[in-house]
Design a protein around this ligand. Structure first.
Ligand code: ATP
Ligand code: MG
Length: 166
């Protein structure tokens, strides 16, 4: 059965880590791939580095959607969408398209329990998203249960893993 996994969660909530851990062989679509730039290192080697450019955000999301359409129209067995998907409008078209192409849709919601979880995400996110922005993502996040999604769309809540206290 062809499956589409839509990851949701604020920056640093662990979406990409979860995707790599549980769906290592998936075809991944992400707007983040379109914020990568080749940067020459002091030793002369060239490394691809992430730099978020607000002017390119629209293009990045559009390219991500194009990648997704390409994958589901070809019938790729497992497709993961790895964007923050904070609000319904950001992911609803992925759900619709996946269903049209006969995919089972799973939504994985990285879930915060407290302001401490929000600060953990702000501190550990690797894209340089500052705490006030992570806070605003947290405030704007629309939980799937509030969204009246089609019944056959499964939603799984994954709670943020806190480092063990020793
Ligand atoms: N379950 C976990 N246990 C320990 N550390 C984790 C876990 N999940 C994520 N991390 C760490 O948190 C950091 C951010 O994780 P990750 O990049 O997966 O988040 P993200 O939600 O994809 O963020 P972004 O929206 O910025 O892409 C990484 O350094 C990662 O190693
Ligand atoms: Mg990520």
């Amino acid at each position: 059965m062809k499956k589409c996994v839509i990851l949701r969660g604020v920056a640093g909530s662990g979406k990409s880590t979860y995707g790599k851990q549980f769906y290592p062989n998936a075809y991944v679509c992400s707007a983040d791939f379109y914020h990568m730039y080749d940067v020459t290192q002091p030793d002369g080697s060239v490394k691809s580095e992430y730099k978020w450019d607000p002017g390119k955000a629209g293009m990045a999301h559009s390219n991500c959607m194009n990648d997704f359409i390409e994958a589901v129209s070809k019938g790729v067995e497992l497709v993961v969408v790895d964007n923050t998907n904070i609000r319904r409008y950001e992911f609803q078209n992925y759900v619709k398209l996946a269903r049209v192409f006969g995919y089972v849709v799973n939504i994985i919601e990285m879930t915060l329990r407290s302001p401490d979880d929000m600060r953990l995400c702000a501190g550990r996110n690797q894209h340089g998203v500052p705490e006030p922005v992570v806070q605003s993502m947290t405030d704007l996040f629309e939980p799937a249960e509030a969204l009246d999604l089609p019944r056959d769309v499964q939603v799984k809540k994954v709670y943020i893993q806190r480092p063990a206290v020793v």
